[in-house]
Ligand binder design. Structure first.
Ligand SMILES: N[C@@H](CCC(=O)N[C@@H](CS)C(=O)NCC(=O)O)C(=O)O
Length: 212
């Protein structure tokens, strides 16, 4: 199976972290989102142009969306970390947290991150303020939740942790959460996870080049 991705894309990082947790083999295909020609070529594979995207040629299956790729992988590759529990109620709680982290941490983080790279006059201060307000609310909720937990689901590491790790990793740089000590401790635990370390190591040279 081929994973179309970019190393600095937070949603790609979420998926990569999950695939590394599972230890399943895949062919990585880097999509250069900074290059218009590469983006246009990629749209022939996935017209929405978003990464990550999984293609399983032998089944003629296309699997877009980070959470759905993780769901597919967790179902079809029994090895490594189980990322979505078999128990339906626990699975629902994982999915709920995954949605929360994507919509209320990752998306606002992306808004703030990319606005910073827009030329003067094309920035969106109102949208950025909305994103910051959303993050403030999300941080307060997560901090309270993480007071007595190791991972988003308690002692169980799951897809939800893969969703939030890259998003919080970027927040550390662009909208820090230092006053939320339980999130800081959670982030420190995530940073020790070999799957996340591997993701960050791969992203590092691309991030340095992107910032220049
Ligand atoms: N909901 C999607 C979000 C994917 C997404 O927004 N990816 C960004 C990179 S982090 C992207 O492909 N951006 C390029 C574009 O929008 O053209 C998921 O979970 O996979």
């Amino acid at each position: 199976m081929k994973l179309y991705y970019h190393p600095i894309s937070s949603y790609s990082q979420k998926t990569l972290m999950a695939l590394f947790e599972k230890g399943c083999a895949f062919e990585p295909v880097l999509v250069n989102l900074m290059d218009e020609k590469a983006k246009e070529d990629y749209k022939k594979i996935y017209p929405m142009g978003k990464v990550p995207f999984l293609r399983i040629e032998e089944k003629n299956w296309s699997v877009p969306e980070s959470s759905i790729i993780i769901e597919y992988t967790d179902r079809h590759f029994p090895g490594g970390t189980k990322l979505i529990p078999d128990d339906p109620d626990l699975a629902r709680q994982v999915r709920m947290r995954d949605r929360f982290f994507d919509l209320y941490v990752n998306d606002p983080m992306v808004k703030i991150f990319f606005d910073g790279f827009r030329p003067e006059g094309q920035r969106d201060p109102y949208g950025v303020q909305q994103a910051k307000d959303r993050l403030d609310t999300a941080f307060a909720m997560i901090d309270q939740e993480m007071a007595e937990k190791s991972w988003a689901m308690g002692e169980l590491f799951s897809m939800a942790d893969c969703a939030v790790a890259p998003a919080l990793g970027y927040c550390r740089m662009i909208y820090p959460f230092t006053k939320h000590k339980h999130i800081v401790a959670y982030m420190n635990r995530l940073a020790e996870r070999p799957s996340f370390q591997r993701v960050l190591k791969e992203a590092e040279p691309y991030l340095t080049a992107f910032k220049k």
